[in-house]
Design a binder for this molecule. Structure first.
Ligand code: PLP
Length: 366
């Protein structure tokens, strides 16, 4: 393998950073100065580069818009107590991106370029990483088809773009969730495990209906019998019973959350029994009525751990008493501290970006 990968860097002439109010960073609004990008044509990825962010000029016949070849990731970079940027589990994110790519008949992106490009990109944008507790630089890798063509077939050209957005603390207020018994998100054999744009578009209407009734998110159910829990909105879901924690097993219809995987490791390390299984809503309800279902929480990159205070199933409200939310809060602290470099990273999940620019492209920074 070559000792450095050919990723070029072109800097903006003037940074926008001075125009941004770092005390007010609503999610998804502010973008940094640059992107990491590459193009796919003639059967391989080319032109790996970090360059100024600018709008794309796209033909209306772009295939991504018509036929849905669009996949993405969501991850965060933070500063450790020494002020070094840390990525969290980038290897798992590129693995998931490439699993999504395969399902959508899109080309895999080379892992070593993804990791190296991300390290260089975050190192270049490190002044944009908000310093506050729970703040982060949100990274949004996106892969889209770019052929101009009408007619259903896979595109022959693609673009990968990684954007970065400084985000403030994600206020994870406890959630009121509705077990959905009419609409479905995904079915085994479909694309539920892929982080593909259409999954989110399909969820919008039922989510809007639930919001109109005062719920924050939907708990999606396995479609045949509406009996087994899948996930909640844009989070995976966990239930603490008296002697164990259960979470829906990955059937192919559920997004394999990287926070979910991290939580399972951390809980087992704390000595808890975690079981990945088919989670039957009737059994949950029965356990709740016996007083054995104690906590319910969602997991995801945005909030890490989000408590559920009410889960509505048909005409019954399962209410979860805040005084019992010990485990979820301890878990959130534990996992946030690993991500922020404040406690031992025994699984090697964090990756520092320090030195990534100097070592690799000293020669081609413009
Ligand atoms: C549908 C869905 N489920 C679960 C998750 C949680 O995944 P992760 O922990 O990798 O953020 C997300 C967020 O990416 C999601 O969009």
């Amino acid at each position: 393998m070559q000792d450095h990968l050919p990723i070029s860097v072109t800097r903006v002439a003037h940074s926008r950073i001075g125009e941004v109010d770092f005390n007010h960073l609503p999610f998804g609004v502010e973008f940094t100065d640059h992107i990491f990008t590459a193009d796919y044509k003639n059967g391989s990825w080319h032109d790996f580069r970090i360059e100024p962010l600018k709008p794309l000029s796209v033909h209306p016949g772009n295939m991504a818009w018509h036929y849905g070849q669009a996949i993405f990731e969501g991850m965060k970079a933070v500063l450790n107590p020494q002020g070094e940027p840390l990525l969290f589990r980038p290897d798992k994110h590129i693995e998931r991106l490439n699993n999504s790519a395969l399902r959508m008949s899109m080309p895999p992106f080379p892992k070593e370029f993804f990791i190296q490009g991300l390290k260089m990109f975050v190192e270049l944008e490190k002044h944009w990483i908000p310093k506050g507790e729970d703040s982060a630089l949100y990274l949004r890798p996106l892969m889209i088809a770019t052929d101009t063509h009408v007619g259903v077939r896979p595109s022959q050209t693609y673009k990968l773009i990684v954007m970065a957005l400084p985000v403030g603390p994600y206020y994870s207020k406890p959630l009121n969730v509705l077990v959905q018994t009419k609409y479905i998100r995904a079915v085994e054999g479909g694309v539920g495990y892929a982080k593909t744009a259409g999954n989110y578009g399909a969820a919008m209407y039922p989510t809007r209906l639930a919001k109109e009734k005062g719920y924050d998110q939907i708990v999606w159910m396995e479609p045949k019998e509406f009996r087994y829990v899948q996930e909640a909105g844009t989070m995976n879901i966990f239930f603490r019973l008296k002697d164990r924690i259960v979470t829906p097993m990955l059937t192919g219809a559920i997004l394999p959350g990287i926070t979910r995987d991290s939580i399972i490791h951390v809980l087992r390390d704390m000595g808890h029994t975690v079981i990945e299984q088919k989670v039957d809503i009737n059994e949950l309800l029965a356990a709740y009525k016996r007083g054995e279902l104690i906590e319910a929480f969602g997991s995801g990159t945005a909030a890490m751990v989000a408590n559920i205070y009410n889960m509505r199933f048909e005409d019954f409200d399962m209410r979860f008493d805040e005084s019992n939310w010990e485990l979820s809060l301890e878990l959130k602290r534990a996992i946030t501290n690993i991500r922020n470099g404040k406690t031992e990273d025994k699984w090697g999940w964090t990756m520092s970006t320090t030195g990534a620019l100097e070592a690799v492209v000293a020669s081609n920074i413009q």
